[in-house]
Design a protein around this ligand. Structure first.
Ligand code: ARG
Ligand code: ZN
Length: 855
């Protein structure tokens, strides 16, 4: 069944208060709801439909009487008076049997919830839709032995424990003064310990902060707490947004489908996204944790105080909140490094989605299962769209529009139309063309041709977007293209200016240049597009040496690497000398941030190359791409052999560990150098680093390098023995072995690991650690034997009845299948058929497989 944006209808009833009582029990939890409903006279048609799934109804009363109930798919319609009434229901649910991890479930003996998007309907009968907002009071009853700590949204009002009895019953009451949709409801109960702190808001209100974890994880909370306090301060300073409750709780949960969830006042996190210590977490983990804590905290205003009218508007909160967390990271760390990392992620995850069978607009217009639309397009492209809007209107107008948005829509369930309207009202600009960024899917391709005559450089720019599923024709979009000009000496003669490309083809002139300037186009990656520019390697090398825009400087190196790799795949040519020479100059430049130089040492991934080859009309051969990538790495190692030992030695951090950007950047550069050095010394340096490492960044980089040099087996065993009791580290142990396997061995290595006693496949982190790594190993996943395709399909089939959401998400590994040769397409096609023929395949996976097959 497909749901359409155009079919939106308001609910018809208003809720004043919701009172919930939970009598917790692992297999038979009772949920009692008391809700006051009244008709919304603005809505003419007022059927009283409540969602509910897997609920055992004990009783339902309307004003004290048993009403007539009509069962429907996904819920019930109830005969109610056309006047205010009291709803009372008691249901029984089984949290232990809830392996889908939606609604109320158990993770390692602890009760927790995940209600976004549509999980609340598995807790009780309710209008489970984001436009129904209400104030919740929650009473939790349990026993103090198993669940000494019980939490819900809002402020804790009351706690009582009767110690005269065994087990000692305990009761807690939470009240949330802010109206919210049900998807923001949360409950946690278990044997938890807190890392506590406090934050005083700008208006002087003291907020009690706590990160709740299982005993034994207390030492992994300090970093997250600092990130939280920085986020709270930043949102006050930059957006003028203050926190609005007396307490803010974060809970770490081991079994979680996604990264984290912004439940009002009670954020629930996948433990991998909050727990951190130097010994167990890499610099990349620290950076991600800081960003996710910020993201969930920022949702308090962009998501919770202003929520979404319906799930089609998901990007209203997600695009904006990703944009805000990216701004935060820019301010906390290095903005150019953060921008490059974001673009790398966009190209790795969003571009393939937008250029394949799963392509959908930032604001989709239909879906079968909303969980399938928590995508890179909604999140990351959604954020890019906001970045473009800010570029087009300017920083001041952006701030003005955001203030208007918060003033006008606080307490609302809003839409993209509302969002754009505040920008129109704040700036007087017509944004109807801009709105196409929300409705048109696909990645626009921008082509630039240069002409120089009479001291004038003219850029002829055109745009075109290829058809995407359901959208045959595309209208031109407004594309902000940031451009600067350099003279032949490498000095900037035109600082960055933003061209607004509105038409299919447009020309922009830069007069007054006596010598032909070199343009630097799409600075800062000012729009999420594919850029086609006919320029030669010398010009790229010139920009790599001189561009004043750090993003484009990096991009020039990237393009050289890309072109070198593509021609070595296509023509078997040797690595490009201009690239290797240019790279050396940049790496030697000690004025450049080590983190930035580390990014310079990277090269396009094998799956990115496969996409580019496909795009250019070739059939990508994974083994040839793998060989070319390895050859380029070796060529870099050889060409840089005289500077690698120095780069490595000079960037060792002697001070005590800190996860700050500075030392992290030093480690990043040293470890990028180690990766290449290993190709020269057979793993000698890596072995030394492994022995000395006192933090996970150093230990893991050394272990990976040892595996590359075929020297890692002993270290791998030692690593396991050292970390066998730490789930998050053992996840890394699973991933690493697959990622560093030879292409022909990857499926076997993964298969062998599925038999390991620690392969707890019902835990989403563990499942992703192993099978996600297999799909990230391009040459291994696409090995001609088809063994990896089959292995993944086997496990998706096994996981689907247990956890549809994670299964559907992992099935995206097959989304690029049409790129490959007919033999591989047949192999993948057979697996897609096999999955789709499973009896009772979930709605989630059915929708994904159907879209991927494109039938
Ligand atoms: N709103 C959460 C976030 O972006 C994501 C939760 C998505 N959960 C889901 N089951 N689809 O932070
Ligand atoms: Zn979010």
């Amino acid at each position: 069944q497909t749901i359409y944006l155009k079919d939106y209808k308001p609910f018809g009833w208003i809720i004043d208060d919701v009172h919930l009582t939970f009598r917790l029990h692992p297999t038979a939890t009772r949920v009692i709801s008391r809700i006051r409903f009244r008709p919304d006279h603005d809505v003419h048609d007022r059927p009283f439909f409540l969602h509910g799934e897997d609920l055992k109804t004990i009783s339902i009363r309307v004003d004290g009487h048993e009403p007539t109930i009509y069962e429907q798919s996904g819920g019930i319609t109830v005969d109610v008076p056309d006047a205010p009434f009291n709803w009372e229901a008691e249901v029984e649910i089984n949290p232990s049997a809830n392996t889908a991890l939606e609604g109320l479930y158990m993770s390692n003996g602890m009760y927790c919830t995940q209600c976004e998007a549509e999980g609340f309907r598995k807790i009780t009968w309710y209008p489970d839709r984001p436009d129904v907002m209400a104030k919740f009071t929650v009473r939790i009853e349990s026993d103090a032995e198993h669940t000494p700590v019980m939490l819900s949204n809002g402020n804790g009002l009351y706690y009582e424990q009767d110690s005269t009895k065994t087990p000692a019953p305990n009761v807690t009451i939470y009240q949330d003064p802010w109206p919210k949709p049900a998807y923001l409801f949360a409950l946690v109960a278990g044997d938890l310990v807190a890392h506590e702190d406090s934050f005083t808001t700008v208006s002087g209100k003291e907020v009690h902060l706590a990160i709740w974890v299982r005993p034994g994880d207390e030492h992994k909370c300090a970093f997250g707490m600092e990130a939280l306090k920085k986020s709270m301060k930043w949102d006050e300073d930059v957006y003028g947004r203050e926190y609005d409750l007396d307490e803010f709780n974060i809970v770490a949960v081991d079994d979680f489908n996604m990264g984290a969830m912004e439940n009002k006042g009670l954020n629930i996190f996948n433990s991998s996204c909050v727990l951190a210590s130097p010994e167990t977490s890499t610099d990349a983990n620290f950076e991600r944790i800081e960003a996710i804590i910020a993201h969930e905290y920022f949702h308090n205003w962009t998501g919770n105080r202003i929520t979404c009218r319906d799930w089609f508007q998901l990007c209203l909160k997600e695009g904006l909140t990703v944009f805000r967390d990216q701004q935060f990271t820019d301010d906390m760390r290095s903005a150019p490094v953060a921008r490059i990392s974001n673009v790398l992620a966009l190209r790795a995850r969003q571009f393939p989605e937008d250029q394949g069978p799963l392509s959908h607009p930032v604001r989709p217009e239909s879906f079968q299962e909303i969980n399938n639309f928590y995508t890179a397009t909604v999140y990351e492209k959604g954020s890019e769209v906001i970045g473009m809007l800010k570029t087009l209107v300017g920083d001041e107008a952006y701030a003005k529009a955001l203030n208007l948005y918060f003033d006008r829509h606080d307490g609302d369930a809003a839409t993209i139309e509302d969002w754009l309207k505040v920008f129109e009202d704040a700036t007087g600009r017509d944004l109807s063309q801009f709105k196409r960024w929300y409705s048109q899917s696909g990645t626009p391709r921008v082509t630039v041709r240069e002409e120089y005559a009479q001291d004038t450089l003219t850029l002829h720019i055109s745009q075109r977007t290829a058809p995407t599923p359901g959208q045959e024709t595309k209208e031109p979009q407004i594309i902000p293209i940031a451009v600067g000009l350099l003279n032949p000496n490498g000095d900037e003669v035109q600082e960055t200016t933003v061209l607004e490309l509105r038409d299919s083809e447009q020309s922009f002139s830069f007069p007054g240049h006596a010598s032909r300037p070199v343009p630097s186009i799409l600075r800062g990656f000012s729009a999420p597009v594919l850029l086609d520019q006919e320029i030669d390697a010398d010009r790229r090398a010139f920009l790599l040496a001189h561009d004043t825009d750090p993003f484009n400087r990096w991009e020039s190196g990237r393009m050289l690497a890309r072109e070198s790799l593509l021609s070595s795949v296509k023509e078997g040519s040797a690595p490009n000398a201009a690239y290797l020479d240019g790279l050396k100059l940049v790496l030697r430049d000690d004025t450049l941030d080590p983190a930035y130089r580390a990014l310079m040492l990277g090269q396009p991934s094998q799956s990115e190359l496969a996409g580019l080859l496909h795009d250019a009309g070739h059939v990508p051969a994974p083994e040839a791409i793998h060989a070319a990538s390895e050859a380029l790495r070796q060529a870099k190692a050889d060409h840089l052999s005289d500077i690698l030992p120095g780069l490595y030695a000079d960037h060792q951090v002697e001070e005590p560990f800190s996860a700050e950007a500075g030392p992290a950047g030093q480690r990043a550069l040293a470890n990028a150098a180690l990766d290449l050095l290993t190709r020269l010394d057979g793993g000698a340096t890596a072995a030394m680093q492994y022995t000395r490492a006192d933090n996970m960044t150093q230990q893991l980089a050394a272990l990976g390098a040892l595996l590359d040099a075929d020297q890692g087996q002993e270290a791998l065993t030692a690593f396991y023995d050292q970390w066998r009791d730490d789930r998050l580290v053992i996840d890394k142990w699973f991933s690493l072995q697959v990622l560093h396997a030879k292409p022909g061995d990857a499926a076997d290595v993964a298969r062998r690991l599925t038999n390991h006693m620690d392969f707890d496949w019902k835990n989403p982190n563990r499942f992703r650690a192993l099978l996600g790594a297999l799909q990230m190993h391009h040459a291994g996943f696409h090995h001609e034997s088809g063994a990896a395709y089959e292995l993944l399909a086997d496990w998706l089939i096994r996981l689907d009845p247990v956890n549809p959401q994670t299964t559907a998400r992992m099935s995206t590994a097959f989304q690029t299948w049409k790129r490959y040769d007919t033999k591989r397409q047949a192999l993948i096609g057979a697996q897609l058929d096999r999955i789709s023929k499973q009896p009772e395949l979930s709605r989630d996976t059915t929708e994904m497989i159907t879209r991927i097959r494109g039938v």
